[in-house]
Write a protein that binds this ligand. Structure first.
Ligand SMILES: Cc1cc2nc3c(=O)[nH]c(=O)nc-3n(C[C@H](O)[C@H](O)[C@H](O)COP(=O)(O)OP(=O)(O)OC[C@H]3O[C@@H](n4cnc5c(N)ncnc54)[C@H](O)[C@@H]3O)c2cc1C
Length: 443
């Protein structure tokens, strides 16, 4: 587990740069500042560092907050991540599937219709060709219309609508389209036809190659970065922020005066911590929405599925995605056993009866042959991500720039997946951590 230093009461009262949150964004920023010998303090609420890139050990199994796979794209951060992991970095080629209409098909769905029942495949191909022939006068402004314009009725009905409804828990006609660029591959007509009648279209999408630590789960990455960060204070939750006096009140540390601040905690909740926040700040924060994700990790006797992960668009499956850790890291289970994860999403704050959900999940897993029966399950662990996917809607478009600019004017940068309130990934967090360090040193 990364970083294990505990805060000493009142040990630090002043710092040039205060960083809130020791996930990958905060750790990467601190790492850069350490190298530049800057005066900084990294304060983390939990008694571990790593944020969502943390791993847990239970009964000989290693679990993450579901599959946390390193899809690398930029030279500087790729090199940094791979150097940090050293020999522990294992390169892998995606083995992902979609399970629908009783069949496993290759990812992405829209390019690999071949394995579907003939009727479903025709519906998808005909809908796609019809959508391509239509030249809509108005460009789609919401996700639902965009799916229909881009993929047609069949592909939307069999994959994009049900899958995204399950993931976002938000009306698709109110979801904007500015999050999908890199996450939703748009095929050419010849690719759809090839994938429907000839063979799988290989290598499409952003995630065809990835890395994962050979041992230690994804926590190996934050642990490696944290080893180069001296001033990390655990158990030091930000309680409140006096933006006018540049003073933060932290659990176990008391008041800390700073010159500049980087916050990596969810922007919505940072705004709530501001003392005497103006109404515009409070109102804008209220406009930001997100879902919640519950992950069920399972240690099982043996999972025969060969995939790394599988998407489940259909309603009868409680989860939207499931994966097999041991297929990308055999060391995450005792020899001969397997470890799995299952991801379920719901509305923020919605009560989920985990016992009931677990029963349904196990039935679903048995139905696709992932486990033989209930007795195959040796251990389980639920993990909750209360703020998991931020909702891209019209309100976000207005509220986000206003909030970020209010904080910036007061020497506060807000970065990372939740600090910048966006759909992003681990490498981007490292990149933003580095960039923010440079920015804070210049100002
Ligand atoms: C279900 C799921 C699956 C994902 N899969 C992948 C994947 O396969 N590949 C990939 O690249 N990315 C994936 N991601 C995204 C990845 O987890 C994030 O991009 C990255 O870990 C975010 O790092 P961060 O530092 O910005 O935020 P976080 O990891 O959220 O770190 C923020 C830190 O702030 C701390 N904190 C919160 N409140 C306070 C407070 N008041 N005071 C002090 N500290 C506080 C938290 O404890 C945490 O340590 C996934 C995300 C989710 C939700």
């Amino acid at each position: 587990m990364a970083g294990r230093k505990r805060a000493k009461r009142s040990s630090v009262k002043k710092t040039d740069i205060l960083i809130i949150g020791a996930g990958l964004t905060g750790l990467s920023c601190a790492f850069k500042l350490e190298k530049k010998r800057a005066d900084y303090l990294l304060a983390e609420k939990e008694n571990w560092a790593g944020g969502l890139a943390r791993s847990f050990r239970k009964d000989g199994f290693t679990f993450d907050y579901s599959g946390h796979l390193l899809h690398l794209r930029w030279p500087e951060t790729s090199k940094f991540i791979l150097d940090s992991l050293g020999k522990n970095a294992k390169p892998l080629k995606r083995k992902a599937r979609i399970y629908s209409s009783g069949k496993f098909t290759a990812y992405p769905f829209q390019m690999n219709l071949k394995g579907l029942p003939a009727k479903v495949r025709s519906e998808c191909v005909e809908g796609f060709l019809k959508a391509r022939r239509a030249f809509p006068e108005v460009k789609a402004e919401n996700f639902r219309d965009w799916c229909l314009q881009t993929f047609g009725k069949g592909i939307s009905k069999h994959f994009f609508f049900p899958y995204n409804a399950k993931l976002w828990n938000y009306p698709l006609e109110k979801l904007s389209t500015d999050w999908m660029g890199q996450f939703v591959p748009v095929p050419k007509t010849e690719e759809v036809l090839y994938g429907a009648y000839k063979d799988d279209v290989k290598g499409a999408g952003y995630n065809h190659d990835f890395y994962y630590p050979e041992t230690g789960g994804i926590n190996a990455l934050p642990a490696a970065i944290a080893s180069g960060v001296e001033r990390l204070s655990l158990d030091s939750e930000l309680i409140s922020l006096n933006a006018a006096n540049k003073t933060a009140r932290l659990r176990n540390l008391g008041n800390v005066r700073y010159k500049k601040l980087l916050s990596t905690i969810p922007l919505k909740y940072l705004a709530e911590k501001v003392e005497k926040a103006p109404e515009t700040v409070r109102k804008n924060a209220e406009l930001l929405e997100h879902n919640q994700v519950y992950i069920l990790n399972l240690g099982v006797r043996k999972c025969p599925l060969p995939q790394h992960w599988i998407y489940f668009p259909e309603k009868e499956f409680v989860f939207y995605r499931a994966g097999v850790y041991t297929n990308f890291s055999p060391s995450s289970a005792p020899r001969g056993f397997s470890s799995l994860y299952v991801e379920t999403a719901s509305k923020s704050g919605e009560f989920i009866d985990l016992k009931k959900a677990e029963g349904r999940i196990v039935k679903n897993l048995v139905s696709i042959g992932a486990v033989k029966d209930e007795d195959d399950i040796l251990t389980s662990m639920w993990l909750k991500v209360p703020c998991a996917y931020v909702i891209y809607n019209e309100a976000r478009k207005k509220a986000l720039p206003e909030l970020l600019s209010w904080f910036e004017k007061r020497g506060i940068s807000s970065a990372g997946r939740y600090g910048a309130w966006k759909y992003s990934f681990m490498e981007e967090s490292v990149k933003e951590g580095f960039e923010t360090a440079e920015k804070l040193l210049k100002r």
